[in-house]
Design a protein around this ligand. Sequence first.
Ligand code: GLU
Length: 521
Amino acid sequence: MNNLEKKVRVRFAPSPTGYMHIGNFRTALYNFLFAKKHSGSFLIRIEDTDQSRFVEGATEKLLQSMEFMDLDWDEGPYINNQNTTDNRQHQEESSSYPGILEVGEHGPYIQSERTELYQKYALELIEKGKAYYCFCEPERLEQMREMQQKEKLPPKYDHYCLKNLSPQQINENLRNNCKHVVRLKVPEDETIEFVDAIRGKVSFSTNTIDDQVLLKSDGFPTYHLANVIDDHLMKITHVIRGEDWLPSTPKHILLYRAFGWQEPEFAHLPLLLNTNKSKLSKRQGDIAVEDYLSRGYLKEAIVNFVAMLGWNPGEGSVQEIFSMEELVEKFDLSHVHKAGAVFDLKKLDWINSQYIKKLNIDQLYEMTLPFFKKKESYVSWDMEHEHLNKEEKVQYLKKVLTVEKERLSKFEDVGDENPYFFLDIKYDKNLLVWKDLTHSQIKESLEKSKAALTGIDNNDWTKEIIEKELLAVAGENRGNLLWPLRVALTGAQKSPSPFECAWVLGKDESLNRIEKAHKML
Ligand code: GLU
C-alpha cells in the first residue's frame, strides 16, 4: 500500500445500535491491529446522523465494549470517568452526549455535532457543479420508482430537477423554503476503478450509480457525504471496512474527485457467514460480542477467534492461539481472505477452552462463581450445605473446577457435565453391573473399594493417593472395581474417573454413596 509512506491513520466508524455486532468488532479489531502494526493512529468516529435510528445509551455502551475488549484508541470520544484521558491533549466535552469527552485535534468525532460542516461542503459541491438541489416530492419519486419497476429498470433518480430547473426557479424554490435534498451529479458512461487491498482491482460503471442524496431534507448528511468529508478532514489513510460497503466506494471516490481530495486506500473485509454459508444473522444465534461475554467466553478468546475470521498468518502456519501482541506483530492485510469467513462456534469453543486451560484455579473460581450462582443445582447444593463454612464451600467448588477445567469450553456450562457433585443421585441399580458380574460380586467389589477408601486418612485425601490405594486392591480386571465404584459415586453412564469423583466428593460423602449402592443390590 502506497499510503504506508505516510503516518497510518485508520478509523472505526460505527453507527451505534446498542450492541457490538461481531462483524463490527472484527472491523474495529483489524483497524486496531493495522494501526498498531504500523505505529499509526486508531480513531473512533460515531456515525449517528440517521436520527431515526437513535438508540439511547448506544454510544456509551459501544465505547465501554471497546474499552473492555482492550481496543484502545488514540482519538475520538471517551467516557469521562477514567484516568486514561487525563494526560491527553485537546479534550473537549461533547456538546450532545453528557459525560463524553472528545479527545484529539480533528474533532468533534461525533457526526451529529458536525452538521454545519457537511452543509458547507454540500454547498461547495453545488457551486462546483458536482451536486444539485432536488425538490421532487415523495409522491413523484414513488411514481417514478413504480414505473421503473414495471419496466424492469434499475431504481435510479431520473434527473428531473437537474434537467428541468432554471437557476431562477431553484432560487425561488429556496427562497420559498421548499423542501429539498442535495444530490450528487453522477457522470454518465464513466468507469470508476480502484485497487482494493484485499480484492484487487475493482471497477464500477457510473451508469449503475444513482444520483445519491448527500444532504437530506432535514439538513442532515447521508452516510456517504459525512463519511467522505470526515475521512478527509481526519486525515484517514486507509479505510478498512466490511464488504457490504464495497458498492458505496465508487460513490465515495466520485466525491473525493469532486472535492479535489486525495482518496484513501480501501480494504473491504470478507462477509461473515453462518456454517450453512448464509450471511451471518441473528436468527442463527448470538451475533453480539456482549452475548458471548455473558455466556462466559473470555475476551482474549473472542479477540483470537474474531482475528481468525477472514485472516491467517500466512501459508504454512498452523498456529491458532494468538495473544494481542502476537496479532499486532503478525497481522497483515495481505493475508485477509476474499472469500466469506465462516463463523464456526465449535472453533470458538475450542479456542476458549485453550484459554480456560491457562487460568489458575483461583482465577477460574472467581470467573465462574457468577455462573454457578445461576444454576439450580448449585443453588440447592449451597442451601443444603449450610453446615459448611464459606471457605469449605470455596474449596469444594475449586475441586469441581479442577476436574471440569480440562473439558470446559465456556463458563455458562460450568457444573452441567457433572450434576452429581451438587445433586442427590438416582439411577437404576443395573447400571452398577460391570460386564457379566453378578450382584453379589458387585457387592464384594464395592466392599473392597469401601475398605480401601476408609483406610485413607482425611488429610491424605488427594487424587493421587486415592488412585494409588484403589489400584492396589483392584487386581487384574480393574473394571471390576472401578466401574461399580464410579457408578456408585455418580449414578452416571459417563463421568470423570472414580479417583477424581471421590476426591471432589470427599471421604464421608463417597463412603455414603458406596453404602447406598451396596444396599440397592
Ligand atoms: N457507519 C458505517 C457503519 O456503520 C461505517 C462504514 C465505513 O466504515 O465506512 O459500519
